[in-house]
Design a binder for this molecule. Structure first.
Ligand code: PLP
Length: 363
């Protein structure tokens, strides 16, 4: 009984106000959101309410001291019209991993899944039905103690809201490597999807933008010579016929679900994938020898984002986007096809939502 999700439906839907042919990323919100609060040592008050604002106490702990984590996943419409999520089990596991690292309470998996099911039943019409669109799902957890003082909060809120989205970066990205700035270091929180990780990067990104780049390609925090990742994407390089990607072993890189999926698909194709330390020098060396065939980022928002240019000091790598032997195009297509059930889902990655079932009332 206690874990019942109550549902308050929106009085009217805003969906008719949305131009689905031109959706700006992250600025359109569907009709409902899920909320839960943690107090007296447990998650409680599971509810779906109309999407909207709520008041904040000025001393809300998350705003001052940064106990705040999030996730990102997507719902797709298959070619048969079914609603399905891509590997949501991985997202709840990672949310709880981030929670542990930030001394926050874990959220029950079963309620997470029930919340997603109920939300999708209510708002599946917000999933764009065109080929490129999807519904971005944003779970968020933050500390809500009304207290000025640094300690793990006793109170938290979890929210899940959704945004219809079109293609993310439609053009290939230009990335800049800068050895003056660091995103993560061993023992830090680089492997957590913690809010502060992103705020901490913005100044460096601003400087990179002024040089004409879109994002930073982060270097390790100790020697500034090992590549880590890009903004909210993991990074892959195709050197000749082999794919290399930075190892997770240093504990400084976000463990991307797209990264894991790409590695699986490449190995299935018989492509050699090396997860290891990757140096700036070896990437330039491969480029100079004509062996750097491809470079791309992987993440839920963009899926696969080709890299057009890499800048470092006074050097530049420029990749030919049209080259036929780049793996990124094949991967993007394959992932999209799995998400839309155009090809078999051999790894059971898709989580189907039964939208025709009436919203369950209890349990
Ligand atoms: C979310 C994120 C990624 C990509 O993870 P996916 O699970 O593939 O979306 C990569 N790097 C960082 C820093 C991220 O926050």
């Amino acid at each position: 009984m206690e874990s019942q999700i109550t549902i308050e439906k929106a009085k009217y839907s805003r969906i008719k106000e949305v131009d689905f042919t031109n959706i700006p990323f992250g600025r359109i919100f569907s009709d409902h959101m899920f909320m839960a609060d943690y107090y007296d040592g447990a998650w409680r008050d599971f509810r779906i309410v109309p999407f909207g604002k709520f008041p904040f106490h000025p001393a809300t702990s998350a705003l001052h001291y940064g106990q705040s984590i999030f996730e990102g996943l997507k719902a797709y419409k298959s070619i048969h019209g079914e609603v399905q999520l891509f590997r949501p089990q991985k997202n709840i596991e990672r949310l709880n991993k981030s929670a542990r690292r930030m001394a926050m309470p874990e959220f029950p998996e079963d309620i997470f899944f029930r919340a997603l099911n109920e939300l999708m039943r209510l708002d599946h019409a917000w999933i764009p039905s065109n080929d490129e669109g999807s519904l971005y799902i944003r779970p968020l957890m933050f500390a809500t103690d009304e207290y000025v003082g640094i300690k793990p909060s006793d109170n938290y809120r979890l929210i899940i809201f959704t945004c219809p989205v079109g293609p993310y970066y439609d053009k290939p990205v230009k990335v800049w490597m800068d050895d003056r700035f660091v995103r993560a270091f061993p023992g830090g929180v680089g492997t957590a999807k913690a809010a502060g990780n992103y705020g901490a990067t913005l100044y460096a990104v601003k400087l990179a933008r002024a040089r004409g780049y879109d994002q930073l390609l982060w270097l390790d925090g100790i020697e500034h010579r090992y590549l880590q990742e890009i903004g909210t994407m993991n990074v892959f390089f195709q050197i000749d016929e082999c794919l290399v990607t930075p190892t997770l072993e240093e504990g400084t890189i976000l463990e991307g679900i797209t990264r894991d999926s790409v590695i699986t698909l490449l190995r299935e194709e018989g492509v050699e994938v090396q997860e290891r330390r990757v140096t700036v020098d070896e990437i330039f060396e491969a480029y100079d020898k004509g062996l750097l065939k491809d470079a791309f980022g992987t993440g839920t928002a963009a899926t696969i984002s080709q890299i057009a240019e890499i800048g470092y000091k006074d050097k530049k790598i420029i990749l030919n986007q049209l080259a036929a032997d780049r793996y990124s195009s094949m991967l993007k297509e394959k992932l999209e096809d799995i998400k839309r059930s155009k090809i078999p889902d051999r790894y059971n990655w898709m989580y189907r939502i039964e939208t025709s079932v009436a919203a369950s009332k209890s349990k």
